[in-house]
Design a protein around this ligand. Structure first.
Ligand SMILES: Nc1ncnc2c1ncn2[C@@H]1O[C@H](COP(=O)(O)OP(=O)(O)OP(=O)(O)O)[C@@H](O)[C@H]1O
Ligand SMILES: [Mg+2]
Length: 189
């Protein structure tokens, strides 16, 4: 019998590969569907402060959503690695003019400037990346635990965490760990 962590890493590899093999057309269609669902949710919740992420590895492209939010004059934020609180993230204001610099993992992020930080409790929606999800709303990420820490206790906070995913990322039941917290919803394209 494989351990939970072995099953999780196997699942990560398998689904990442499937996702990387989606065609350009699959990607465009999925991004359109998810963008529309996300904009509907933003309108429903009267959300003004919205965290997104920069897509890579075949993830749903968040660029169309980001541009639509900018066009609606919403405030958009990106996660930035916390400079001394290891494993944690800060959320920084993101505009078309924001200069992005690769962090220690090579992921582009806004330059850390205290003026641009929004405390997490002021965010309305955090759109999260994920590798796999199930019907219960459980999410499996890349393995760093960054979003798990950010979303800890979200039921007692103002924001809602909402995953964005391709249909091929759904599994029957994720092998979960004690620190995994189901998301508010997952928008599938
Ligand atoms: N709330 C937490 N407090 C402390 N450590 C945590 C917490 N959540 C996760 N971790 C640690 O992070 C590691 C990775 O967690 P997990 O496998 O759930 O990541 P993930 O959900 O795939 O990644 P991510 O959330 O970054 O997308 C685990 O080994 C765990 O020890
Ligand atoms: Mg997790």
């Amino acid at each position: 019998m494989k351990s939970i962590s072995e099953r999780r890493s196997q699942l990560r590899q398998q689904i990442r590969k499937t996702r990387q093999n989606l065609t350009a057309l699959d990607q465009i269609r999925a991004a359109q569907t998810v963008t529309q669902k996300a904009l509907n949710l933003v309108a429903e919740r009267h959300a003004e402060h919205i965290a997104v992420y920069l897509s890579f590895d075949g993830e749903i492209n968040t660029r169309p959503l980001t541009e639509a939010l900018w066009a609606q004059h919403k405030n958009v934020y990106l996660p930035v690695l916390h400079p001394f609180c290891k494993g944690h993230m800060l959320f920084l204001h993101y505009t078309p003019e924001t200069e992005l610099i690769p962090n220690e993992f090579g992921i582009p992020e806004p330059r850390l400037n205290v003026k641009n930080i929004l405390p997490i409790h002021r965010l309305d929606i955090i759109f999260t990346p994920l590798v796999a999800f199930d019907r219960q709303g459980n999410r499996l990420g890349m393995g760093g635990g960054f979003y798990d820490r950010t979303l800890q206790d979200w039921h007692h906070q103002h924001f809602i965490p909402v995953g964005l995913a391709h249909q091929c990322q759904q599994v029957d039941k994720l092998p979960t760990e004690s620190w995994d917290i189901p998301l508010f919803d997952i928008l599938v394209g």
